[in-house]
Design a protein around this ligand. Structure first.
Ligand code: UDX
Length: 439
């Protein structure tokens, strides 16, 4: 069984490497020669824990190769995965499918009869059927199967998520497609991972509905946090107790500065746009999109108001990545918050363990620091924005001594009231009581 993986971005690279780890012969294809050269040299082009080891081992053993030659790769492949990007289209928020269609056209021209074509990218409902019709038209009379196989990989734990998923979802229209998916996911199947075999449309909707639901859960707890702040409640206690109800579940109930990343913002916008287009308004998710965007901005307002009240002029931001264990800054709250702080006249110093290279070009005017302690030096306010492990056990007395002011905004609720004892810091967190206020 030979697998072609079209697109070596996040999803394509992780999936390609993991299929090689399952023992298949995998060829990863990308149009960008610079990326392919780096991968051929054994350099992992994304930051993802555990990926480098698997990539090197499988490449060394000859099961994993990288090329820009789509035509030859596809002509020889039994199963062809499409894992190209589906970015948000400017303006309407709909998913831009141009890369999917371009890949489909190239695949149609090169595929062998009986090929199984699998869309792994997140695509709006109806896309798999469209692509199937398009390829059928391009190669009349040539048999092929179309499969929708959405991924549920979290950045930072994508390898683990691929190798040990809660479930695998495959949408098919014929038995050959289903049989091929059972083969490629056989190692998981043997581990009794449930495989949902369903229609193309269901698989497409499942992916969006799953992400929309999780984004809604985060947004819900963020609003509960707002209520806690106004009433003396504690969102962590509330989340813990409601999460113990199995119908609710404890995950994705961490209040914070709003969700970011390459999936939730883009997918909720696309899901809402599909609802509008199909005349099935997804009003709940429309609201989630709006609330989340406002939330990121309102976090900046909190800090600015505190700065004005206390006469502070500088802010140290700890964490730029949208979450820990990734260098990804796409739609990270930091990108919304920092420019607003700067516009209000605040000088920003920042640190992130991995994301500086990505962040520097898009956040002009920021003073970049080599460590959290260097960043807080001389700062009036410190804002903890990403819950990197490196920020979970800071010596807060040292932080307080290095700062010129005494305001700590922990927007990830990393610390507890006890951690603040004796530091002299005024501690603002999310949905929890203020600690250490000297009034
Ligand atoms: C998500 C989905 O989890 C994954 O299944 C899908 O395939 C892609 O999108 P990812 O974007 O990597 O994965 O990150 P995730 O860990 O889900 O977090 C998304 C955002 O929500 C982050 O900004 C995170 O900080 C935020 N979040 C998450 C919270 O604010 N609170 C939570 O309780 C959970």
């Amino acid at each position: 069984m030979k697998i072609a993986m079209i697109g070596t971005g996040y999803v394509g690279l992780v999936s390609g490497v993991c299929f090689a780890e399952f023992g298949f012969q995998v060829t990863c294809v990308d149009k960008n020669p610079a990326i392919i050269e780096r991968l051929q040299a054994g350099e992992v082009t994304i930051y993802e824990p555990g990926l480098d080891e698997l990539l090197l081992r499988n490449a060394r053993d000859g099961r994993l190769v990288f090329t820009t030659d789509l035509e030859t790769t596809v002509a020889d492949a039994d199963v062809i995965f499409i894992a190209v990007g589906t970015p948000s289209r400017r303006g309407d928020g709909e998913a831009d499918l141009q890369y999917i269609y371009a890949a489909a056209d190239e695949i149609a021209a090169a595929m062998k009869p009986g090929a199984v074509i699998v869309i792994k990218s997140t695509v709006v409902v109806g896309t798999n059927a469209d692509v199937r019709a398009r390829i059928g038209k391009a190669r009349p009379g040539v048999a092929f199967s179309m499969v929708s196989n959405p991924e549920f990989l979290r950045e930072g734990s994508a390898v683990e998520d691929f190798l040990r998923p809660d479930r695998v979802v495959v949408g098919v229209h014929d038995d050959a497609g289903a049989a091929a998916m059972k083969r490629v996911y056989r190692p998981l199947y043997l581990r009794e991972t449930p495989m949902i075999v369903t229609t193309l449309e269901n698989a497409e909707i499942i992916k969006y509905a799953a992400n929309a639901f999780l984004a809604m859960k985060v947004t819900f707890i963020n609003e509960v946090a707002d209520l806690c702040e106004k009433t003396g409640g504690n969102v962590q206690d509330v989340a813990r107790a409601i999460g113990m109800d199995n119908r609710i579940g404890s995950k994705f109930l961490h209040a914070g500065p709003g969700f970011g990343g390459s999936c939730f913002p883009k997918d909720t916008r696309a899901y809402a746009a599909t609802g509008r287009k199909m005349n099935a308004p997804q009003t709940l998710i429309e609201q989630v999109v709006t609330i989340n965007e406002q939330r990121k901005r309102s976090m900046a307002t909190r800090v600015i108001e505190a700065a004005q009240k206390n006469g502070e002029k500088s802010v140290a931001v700890l964490g730029i990545a949208f979450k820990p264990n990734t260098d990804d800054i796409r739609e990270s709250p930091a990108l919304d918050i920092i420019p607003v702080l700067q516009k209000a006249g605040l000088a920003v110093r920042a640190h992130d363990p991995e994301a500086r290279v990505a962040a520097e070009p898009v956040l002009p005017g920021v003073t970049w620091c080599k460590s959290a302690y260097e960043a807080v030096e001389g700062a009036g306010i410190t804002v903890l924005l990403t819950e990197w492990n490196a920020y979970r056990a800071l010596d807060l007395k040292r932080v307080a001594n290095l700062m010129s002011g005494n305001l700590l905004f922990d927007l990830r609720n990393v610390y507890s009231a006890q951690d603040l004892d004796g530091t002299g810091l005024e501690y603002h967190s999310v949905g929890r009581p203020l600690v250490g206020k000297v009034s």
